[in-house]
Design a protein around this ligand. Sequence first.
Ligand code: ASP
Length: 336
Amino acid sequence: MKKILVIYTGGTIGMVKDTLTSSLIPFDLKQISEVIPPLKKLRCKINTFKFEHIIDSSNMKPAFWIELVEVIEKNYNDYDGFVVLHGTDTMSYTASALSFMMENLSKPVILTGSQLPLDAIRTDGRENIVSAIEIAANDEVEIPEVCVFFDNKLFRANRTTKINAEYFEAFYSGNYPSLAKVGINISYKGHLLLPKPRGNFKAYKKLCDDVIIIKIHPALKEKYLRTMLETENLKAVILETYGSGNAPTDKWFIQLIQQTINRGIIVYNVTQCKAGSVAMGHYQTSHELLKIGVLSGYDITTEAALTKLMFLLGNFTEKTEINKLLDTNMRGEITK
Ligand code: ASP
């Protein structure tokens, strides 16, 4: 029988109404099978782990990602899969970070959450937890990667973005198809999954947070951009550009980016669009960026771009190696 560790970090999914005060409080994870009776019917053994400090995921920080990786690493050999219960607001950031921080992962690590608390009448939490655990314990396909399960779909973690604060279809993967769909049956698309790794599992626990995200917009002013780019210790900038990687061609803008690159700071071009890819040089408005050394993020999400840079800058010192890895599809995060 497969063994699954359910790790609870916080978020709406773990909340139930306190009968005395009517406010939302975390439910006791030990009683997970009591709160969700269908779990008793699954043919797997479920153990649980709860962090001392459970959080609304809006309070998520890189130090928590490291703790999460440590929990998975510590239990790696004892379990066949991991299901992480997490708030939806920053789930795609955590999921993307985990995907980079764990190398040669040969087991499923599935993050899930819900838009409604577990004891709400129409909660999506029950279905999400049951299916995420069923998928993590499945005998049909091996899932050697970090995933997000939400609203009947399994996604590659580092391809997801939260796109809806109201409906159950809260996550979107614009540049990579879902890995499985849950209906009457669970249909897995095995050919879309990452291949089983050959090397040994390795957890990386260093992250560099000297990275900023700047969204280009028509009213962007030189003085604000300069202040951000001249911030002390800055190591990398994610430039969220228009369409296929386009930005204004104003002389001050190009010069400012050029000066930033000359100071050894990485400038990484990621599109604001939810689907499609950066293709620098395609338009005149991105040609200059290419010429001055801006790096292409291809079809990476902002969440994956941020966490990939944090991972690379935290674990590699050679600039040429970092640039090479940025241009490499490391964990299925870019189409190349
Ligand atoms: N604010 C909550 C969180 O991200 C929302 C949710 O879980 O859906 O923790």
